[in-house]
Each structure stands twice: as C-alpha cells, then as structure tokens.
Write a protein of this length. Structure first.
Lengths: 175, 172
C-alpha cells in the first residue's frame, strides 16, 4: 500500500513535468544556491531545479501534518531481538519512531549521538552525491528504468547498511 | 541538436550525477521553469509523500535497524512494491509514449557506471544505518518534530559540499 503510493510518485513527477524522482540532488542544489565557492561542481543553474526544492518543502509539510493530525498514540512495535539488543545499549524508549536517547539535543551531545547524527549525516551527503543518487534516484527511479548501474548502487547501499548495523554500530552504541 | 552537444560546458560533459535534469543534454524544460507557481504542484506531491513517510514508518530508525538485521520484512515490502509499481508505470509511459500534461515528450536518460556508485553507495549505506534516514526521510524526520535532525541535515549538506570540493580528485 505505502510502497505502491511511493512508486506512483515516479509517474506523477514524469507526467506533471518530465521530472525524474531523485531527492538527494537537493543537497547539491542547496550548496549551489548558498555556498558555491567557485567550485565547478556547484556552478550550474540551480534555479532550473527549484521544483525539487518545492518537492522537499512538501515532504516537510506533509510529515508535519501527519505527525500533528494523524499521529498514532501507540508505542512503536519493534522486533523483540532488536529490543533486547537496544536494551543492552540503554535505548528503551519506544514513544517515537526515533529513540530520544539519540535523537534529541541531549543525545547529540553524547559521543555516540554525535557520531550517529553528525558523522552519519556527513556520510549520507557525501555518499549519495558520490554515488549520483540515493534510494529514490537509484533504487526506485533507476531500477524501475532498468538501469544496471542503479542496481550496483542499490546493492552497495544495502551492503553498507548491513556492515554498519551489524559490525560497527554495536561498538558505536556502547560509547 | 549536435551544436548543443558540442557546446556543452565541462560540468555537463563530466556529469556523473543523473539526478539533475537540466544538466542532461537536450533536456526540454517546462516553459514556466523558474516561476514559483509552476512548482507548487511538486510541493503537493511532496506533501503526500511526507504523509506516507510518517504513516508507513519509512523514516523510523527502528525499521531501518530491523531491515539491516533481517528482523522485519517491512522496508523490503515498501521499497520492493515501490519499484514494481514505478517500473510498470515507466514501461507504460514508454510503450504508449505518454506526454507531460503540457504536451512535451517524457525523456529517460541512461545512467553510466562509475566507481562512485560503489564507494559512494557503501558510504551512503553506512550513513543510512546510522541516521535511519535517506535524504527524503531526513526532511520528514524534521517535519515530524525531531528538530535535532536539522544538525544531521546540515552535516549532509556539508558532506555534499566536501564531495563537490574533491569530486575531480576522487576515483570514478
């Protein structure tokens, strides 16, 4: 159901204006608009891509509406194995989709919170641009257009996620 | 159209970023591109997307952790269904040569392989498992009320800027 709706974004953007679904390029447009610093990678007419900035503004507003008006008051249901693992890291709050032990300003000023939020964010920005796309641009738009480089990228996204979650994250979470 | 190709600036010739439509050769843009009102429709689509992100828990750090530990089918179901629906839509658009609402042909651009898809892909995978967010849900997490994620977003913008700074020197 939800996946189907996300899939329909692709034809919606194509038919509304011939636009290709790809969210991470917005981070590049923000750099091009605010801090181009004479770097050739940021010297292009970002205003031609302003539609995508409107798109992410919409995502922000949509999430705001959903959280305010359509919120689910029940605790988040999580796999018991994950609950047990997170308990060993003193993460035990399931009132939100994001555990406040990490996703709060208090969490940010712990070593593990800083690594997850700041270093993690840096990897998202650097990695998506190096890869030329993210889950939307490669995994959904690229795969649906049968582009094999997007399959390579998607496999690497997943491999990176598995390596981080299973090998490095247990050490970071204990910091 | 050949003259357009030969006159392409360097940034277009060395383009490995296939998400920026206006950097593709021969891309015909909407006549109203740059006017704010032509972009409102994309904000409406984005809004629906934002609601789906929250209601389907796509922006949940817990769901992402479950995905990367094979503890839940949820995210595989969402992404898998999205790809199938999108692929059928793209196939239909190509088969019936469907045009945009203002009558322009819909173009698709082939993506070329480069090593960035491997190195960058792995790095993004690390970040995805750490933050529980790809770039779309990042904006939705902030909208949902997790204001601290603004810091993550600024860091992601910094990451993109640093990539841009070193992009000529990185293996591709």
């Amino acid at each position: 159901m939800a996946g189907g709706l996300i899939g329909l974004i692709v034809p919606a953007l194509l038919i509304l204006g011939g636009k290709h679904f790809g969210i991470s390029s917005n981070l590049r447009h923000i750099c091009a608009a605010c801090f181009p610093a004479n770097i050739s990678f940021f010297k292009y007419e970002w205003k031609k891509e302003a539609w995508n900035l409107f798109f992410i503004a919409g995502i922000f507003i949509g999430a705001l509406i959903a959280a305010q008006l359509l919120a689910n008051p029940d605790p988040v249901k999580v796999n018991p194995a994950l609950v047990a693992e997170l308990h060993s890291y003193h993460v035990d709050t399931y009132t939100s989709q994001l555990p406040p032990e990490i996703f709060s300003f208090h969490g940010l000023f712990t070593l593990r919170g800083f690594i997850l939020l700041v270093v993690g964010g840096f990897f998202v920005g650097f990695g998506t641009r190096y890869a030329g796309g993210c889950t939307s641009g490669h995994s959904i738009m690229g795969l649906s257009n049968l582009q094999w480089p997007s399959l390579v990228a998607t496999i690497c996204f997943m491999a990176g996620g598995f390596i981080m979650a299973n090998i490095f994250l247990p050490y970071i979470m204990r910091l | 159209m050949n003259e357009v190709k030969t006159n392409k600036p360097a940034i277009m010739r060395s383009n490995t970023d296939f998400e920026v439509g206006s950097l593709e050769a021969n891309e015909e843009l909407e006549p109203s591109t740059g006017k704010w009102y032509s972009n409102v429709k994309y904000a409406v689509v984005g809004m629906l997307f934002g609601i789906v992100f929250v209601k389907a828990e796509v922006l949940s750090w817990f769901r992402i952790q479950e995905m990367f530990r094979l503890q839940s089918f949820h995210m595989y179901g969402v992404i898998g269904t999205a790809v199938v629906v999108a692929a059928i839509s793209v196939w239909l658009i190509k088969k019936f040569k469907i045009k945009t609402i203002d009558g322009r042909p819909i173009e698709f651009h082939p993506k070329k392989f480069n090593k960035g898809q491997v190195y960058g892909g792995l790095l993004f995978g690390f970040g995805w498992a750490m933050t529980g967010a790809c770039p779309g849900p990042l904006f939705a997490q902030i909208g949902m009320g997790a204001t601290v994620v603004v810091v993550t977003l600024l860091s992601a913008i910094a990451g993109t800027w640093v990539y841009g700074y070193f992009s000529d020197k990185l293996p591709k």
